[in-house]
Ligand binder design. Sequence first.
Ligand code: 5RP
Length: 225
Amino acid sequence: MKTQAELKQDVAKAAFDYVRSRVGDKAVIGIGTGSTANCFIDLLAGIRAQIEATVASSEASAERLRAHGIPVFDLNAVDGVDIYVDGADEANSALELVKGGGGALTREKIVAAVAREFVCIADESKLVTRLGAFPLPVEVIPMARSHVGRELLKLGADPVYRQGVLTDNGNIIIDAHGLQITDARGLEERINNITGVVCNGLFARRAADVLLLAGQNGVRTLRAG
Ligand code: 5RP
């Protein structure tokens, strides 16, 4: 029986092979954040000389890439992102995601928005029939913390301030517990419309294009629709 760590390695290797089959040496590769994305970064180190450019969705991933000698560019310095590889906290069969367990949701969402193709990588424990068991992260301007908390309560959530965490953008995170998410797209928009919210961890308006899912019997490829 493989451990979750081994499954993350398996799916990172599948993503590595997938990316190499999809894009050439001149590609700009978007890099996600988290332990699964870290496995992918470590595999890229083996072909560092062939990588023209990456953009990172967090300072932590940028540091890890640079430590391997892989070139990292500011998103504004590249013309586009050919392919983006990132993990998730939850995914459904429509490839809608909950992300932001590591607090990098806003930059992740920006890179995903720019990317021509978004490849989500996860072990099979992340596939759910309904999103929301994992608390939904919401990045908030610090002075709006109480206001956003009250608005999240009105939406039926139990908001919990993530103590001691500041995002790469200098903001706080509120985790919205207890949401039963049946309309991910609608909820994503509603939460984004609360004044003081920078972004929330629902990736429904821009869902993944491909989900690589590692299980005990290998890695499956799921596509939306
Ligand atoms: C970070 C994220 C990660 O993709 C998500 O938390 C999954 O992490 P891991 O690969 O460590 O399970 O959204 O903000």
